[in-house]
Design a binder for this molecule. Sequence first.
Ligand code: THU
Length: 131
Amino acid sequence: MPINQLVHKACQARENAYAPYSRFRVGAALLSANGVIYTGCNIETSSLGLTICAERVALVKAISEGQSAFHAIAIASSTRKICMPCGACRQMLWDLAGNIDIILTEEDQPAKQMKLADLLPHAFNRQDLPE
Ligand code: THU
């Protein structure tokens, strides 16, 4: 799967963002291990705390379709500058997608690539919970 295709999908998904409050539109494209791409955009509500990020929308779509292994996620914002995933998304991606590649975009092009573990060092894990 070329990175450019994943980035293109993230940019397309951004078009569907519902962000009338922040006016910051985000798109994400998550690549599953069997090659299917799941996209997401941020969705805000008048009760601002109920907002969900593009990354988590893509992730819950994939999980709800039965996916359980992933390679990478691309993220594109409407400012065309790099958009780092928020802390909540980092934790949820870590728990459900593992140490995937994070592809950050600038001007709708791949700009930086890193591992999720680099963004969430010393992460909390399910193994930390009592048996
Ligand atoms: N947002 C995302 O969708 N992904 C991120 O990585 C950062 C933030 C959204 C949430 C909210 O709708 C808006 O951007 C401003 O925080």
